[in-house]
Design a protein around this ligand. Structure first.
Ligand SMILES: [Zn+2]
Length: 235
């Protein structure tokens, strides 16, 4: 395991390398607690559990909170790095829907997006605000509107997974930040390593490595991205 600093990461990313960023909800643990809790509650629940959470209101306050923001500072920093061509693709286990707002098609949301809901019966699709307004009831057939998110026990679709594998196999540099520990996503750094990518993990102090290759230790992820933008763009 090599410890590297933000300047080293900037050098790798700055070269003419295909850089893929894999990012997950653990980035929010210190920077936006409510969004972190929303992920925690959703990603380990089954459809029945989510239905109960939505019906007894214990998720609603987090969803209302989420709907208030267009993006957070961390997404704008990532958007900047993508816009300037330093990051070529983002693969995310976040379901908050922020990144597509900021970087459009340059992101694969492996687990879906909580800003979209679909009827379990007729398949009609609505956005988060409409689902909140109708209390998760389909206006066409009165059945339950579920989030378009992969819940516990649900598999990643073949088309999404092949898209992910293609990106990983093209990566010269794979940068990992706060990824959610969900199989088979946790195996992707190994796939990247097989295709000779440099795998860089950004960890907060005390956090355990997924894959011991190049490691950056930081106080929080926001600070890391601010540093990276500082090296690559602002300076
Ligand atoms: Zn319906």
């Amino acid at each position: 395991m090599h410890y590297v600093d933000i300047a080293d990461v900037a050098k790798l990313v700055a070269k003419n390398h295909y850089t893929v960023l894999m990012i997950g909800s653990r980035i929010y643990e210190t920077i936006e607690k409510n969004i972190y809790i929303l992920h925690k509650k959703l990603l380990c629940s089954t459809l029945d559990q989510v239905k109960r959470l939505l019906m007894n209101d214990s998720l609603i306050k987090y969803l209302i909170e989420l709907a208030k923001y267009e993006s957070l500072v961390i997404h704008d920093l990532i958007g900047n790095l993508v816009g300037k061509g330093f990051i070529d693709m983002v693969i995310t286990t976040c379901i908050d829907g922020f990144l597509p707002k900021v970087i459009g098609g340059k992101v694969i949301e492996v687990l879906g997006n909580i800003r979209r809901f679909t009827c379990v019966k007729c398949g009609s699709t609505v956005d988060l605000n409409e689902a909140l307004n109708t209390k998760f009831k389909c206006l066409r057939c009165s059945n339950f509107l579920r989030p378009k998110v992969l819940l516990k026990g649900e598999g990643i679709s073949k088309s999404v997974w092949s898209e992910v594998l293609m990106e990983i196999s093209m990566a010269d540099v794979l940068l990992i930040c706060g990824l959610d520990i969900i199989e088979p996503i946790t195996y992707l750094p190994i796939v990247a390593k097989f295709s000779n990518a440099k795998v860089i993990e950004v960890l907060r102090k005390g956090e355990e490595c997924l894959f011991r290759d190049h490691v950056v230790v930081t106080d929080d992820f926001l600070k890391f991205f601010k540093g990276l933008v500082g090296y690559l763009i602002a300076s």
